[in-house]
Design a protein. Structure first.
Length: 215
């Protein structure tokens, strides 16, 4: 009953005040935010603070609501700020085991209220990308990753010639918004979805010539 009252109270207030005046856009935004916050609670690993947006998400959400691309200057500032957050491999090694990377990419588990603390998260990559040509079901929000390394000419990921694409791949997985301000791709490393070791394995999946991605 308490939650129901908390949810309905803003609507009642709006109904009473609407007779006298029309709420401003700012008032409606605050009302919506209050309703959403009142509808969520902490449970298990999931905390209500997930509703709090940082500057990056706030600016991108505002542009989306306005139905127009984000301002170029703001977009460049967002990308620069997020680029500074990328943590490069502590041991200098960018590629891990592609087999482990495939397991991570095909797993959508983690960060739900039923998961246990300390449980390794999946990357959920298959939900937006094709990864292997044998797949018959995959998301299309993002581009196909099949032949990701081959198309980019990565025959030896450890060569100097491959360094730019290897670093880009790591950075894109760690914090996608460093390269595209309003990317739909999760900031896997920056937000703690994947660990450094897991990012290394996913990079291996994408760039190792022996990976099914590049067959």
């Amino acid at each position: 009953m308490t939650n129901r009252i908390r949810f309905l109270a803003p609507l009642v207030v709006l109904g009473l005040t609407s007779c006298a005046s029309v709420p401003s856009g700012t008032d409606l935004d605050k009302l919506t935010a209050d309703i959403v916050k009142a509808s969520f609670r902490d449970q298990g690993l999931v905390k209500a603070d997930r509703l709090e947006q940082d500057d990056t998400n706030r600016e991108c959400s505002a542009a989306d609501v306005a139905g127009k691309p984000i301002d170029d200057a703001i977009g460049k500032a967002i990308e620069a700020a997020n680029m500074k957050t990328i943590r490069w491999p502590s041991d200098g090694k960018f590629l891990g085991d592609w087999r482990e990377g495939e397991r991570i990419a095909q797993s959508g588990r983690g960060l739900t209220w039923t998961d246990e603390a300390g449980q390794a998260n999946g990357g959920n990559c298959y939900n937006c990308h094709q990864i292997d040509k044998k797949e018959i079901s995959y998301g299309t929000i993002g581009p196909s990753l099949y032949n990701y390394g081959k198309i980019r000419g990565v025959s030896d990921p450890n060569s100097a010639a491959s360094k730019p694409i290897v670093e880009y791949t790591w950075g894109k997985i760690w914090n996608s918004k460093a390269y595209n301000a309003c990317s739909n791709m999760p900031r896997a490393g920056h937000m703690g979805i994947l660990s450094e070791a897991q990012v290394r394995h996913v990079v291996g999946l994408l760039l190792d010539p022996k990976s099914p991605v590049n067959q």
